[in-house]
Write a protein that binds this ligand. Structure first.
Ligand code: KIV
Length: 267
């Protein structure tokens, strides 16, 4: 099959074929994604909440992102791999962004890094792209701005907000990104952006007219029960299945029914 590249994803957009992306953080789930024929994995900084049990993505570090991305790459060597740059790893200066994003590509085998923000990071994005670092943008609701804008919400319902999202999108497009994640924006706005641009759009809470969709692995298999936004569809009840297995295991051990003779080594 060969590895999935941005060129292959672009062809999909051009042919009107939808792109599938999953956000995940470990070797096994990445392997499942590859076996299921998913196109792309994002190692999202949502690992702060989903993997580490934190309240937000703010304290996730660059070292942690690199650690998880390496594991994911081992599980999914052929998928288009994008790694989230954590809070404050690219905002301080273009030089620091170059160094940190470059490290992610060199050490993890990722094909692109994802940065949150629009106009305010466009100059940095331009420098990154010029240095050979492919960048995925992220506009609409941007979790790293939680301390400024508060809890998750739909962005772009008012005229002013929609104009802001459009400006951010355009700034990133002009800076050279080839893909942009649209998070929690009205589907009408997502459609307008998708139809009017060569940039590949990946939606999460942005309706069905984006070029592709992304969901967090633990949300889509029903493992993460702490929250369930409107845009999440659970394709399995993972938490219930695993809890039930654990309860049966406990019962078997306590009742002397595990391990059996077949599950034990003889002398
Ligand atoms: O961190 C993440 O998983 C993300 C996706 C939800 C887009 O940014």
């Amino acid at each position: 099959m060969g590895g999935i590249t941005i060129k292959k994803l672009r062809k999909k957009k051009d042919k009107g074929e939808k792109i599938t992306m999953v956000s995940t953080y470990d070797y096994l789930s990445a392997r499942l994604c590859q076996e299921a024929g998913i196109d792309s994995i994002l190692v999202g900084d949502s690992l702060g909440m989903v993997f580490q049990g934190l309240d937000s993505t703010i304290s996730v570090t660059l070292e942690e992102m690199i650690y998880h991305a390496k594991a994911v790459r081992r599980g999914a060597p052929d998928l288009f791999l994008v790694v989230d740059m954590p809070f404050l790893s690219y905002q301080v200066s273009a030089e620091e962004a170059l160094r940190n994003c470059g490290r992610v590509l060199k050490e993890t085998g990722a094909q692109a890094v994802k940065l949150e923000g629009g106009e305010e990071i466009a100059d940095t994005v331009y420098r990154l792209v010029r240095a050979g670092i492919p960048v995925v943008g992220h506009v609409g609701f941007t979790p790293q701005y939680i301390n400024l804008f508060g809890a998750p919400k739909v962005v772009g319902k008012s005229y002013e907000e929609a104009q802001r999202v459009k400006k951010d999108f355009k700034a990133l497009e002009n800076a050279g990104v080839q893909m942009i994640v649209l998070e929690s924006i009205p589907w009408t706005l997502a459609k307008e952006l998708t139809d009017s641009s060569e940039v590949i759009t990946i939606g999460i809470g942005a309706g069905k007219y984006c070029d592709g969709q992304v969901l967090v692995f633990h949300d889509l298999v029903g493992l993460y029960e702490d929250s369930k936004p409107k845009f999440v569809r659970r394709y399995a009840e993972g938490a219930k299945i695993f809890k039930d297995a654990l309860i049966r295991y406990k019962k078997d051990v306590e009742g002397g029914n595990f391990p059996s003779e077949e599950e034990s080594y003889g002398a």
